[in-house]
Design a protein around this ligand. Structure first.
Ligand code: DQA
Length: 148
């Protein structure tokens, strides 16, 4: 069987601005550096990573519509959409790919509204509060899942 190693790394609203957001939560890394680090983790694990970021919910949803044939798994950090976007939830269900939800910050220990995730039950794992290292964890879990 062909190797299933194509991972789509999807970032949502305001993640492109993490270098300007509270370093206590987001680590002070620029978004470019974040994507570079994730790409390096992917290479270490023998995974092919492709990156997508948008601040448009429509584009995020339409990207998910196209993904079925293009990727084997998803690492997704939708930013604030995590907490309320049923449109993204439905699109993720349509994509039907194994997905890990990732958050740089510890969403369970911040404001009440961040404790809700409308995508969580569609994801086979959630990683939060580990900063950029959390993405390595997410990629490792996806690799294990895809090898099974
Ligand atoms: C975030 C957490 C969200 O609550 C927030 O809206 C973000 C980033 C994180 O990576 O910690 O934009 O998803």
């Amino acid at each position: 069987m062909a190797m299933r190693n194509r991972i789509e790394v999807m970032h949502g609203v305001n993640l492109d601005q993490i270098g300007r957001r509270n370093p206590e939560h987001y680590g002070g890394l620029t978004f470019d550096r974040l994507e570079q680090r994730i790409g390096a983790y992917g290479r270490e694990l023998g995974l092919t990573t492709r990156f997508f970021q948008t601040n448009s919910e429509t584009e995020f949803v339409e990207h998910l519509h196209r993904l079925e044939e293009l990727a084997d798994g998803i690492v997704m950090n939708p930013g604030a959409w995590t907490h309320y976007s049923y449109a993204i939830r439905d699109a993720l269900e349509i994509a039907g790919l194994p997905t890990v939800e990732v958050h740089l910050s510890d969403v369970g220990a911040r404001e009440e509204f961040r404790r809700v995730s409308v995508i969580r039950d569609l994801c086979f794992a959630t990683v939060a509060g580990q900063g950029v290292d959390g993405y390595r964890d997410a990629l490792t879990r996806l690799k294990e899942k895809l090898q099974r």
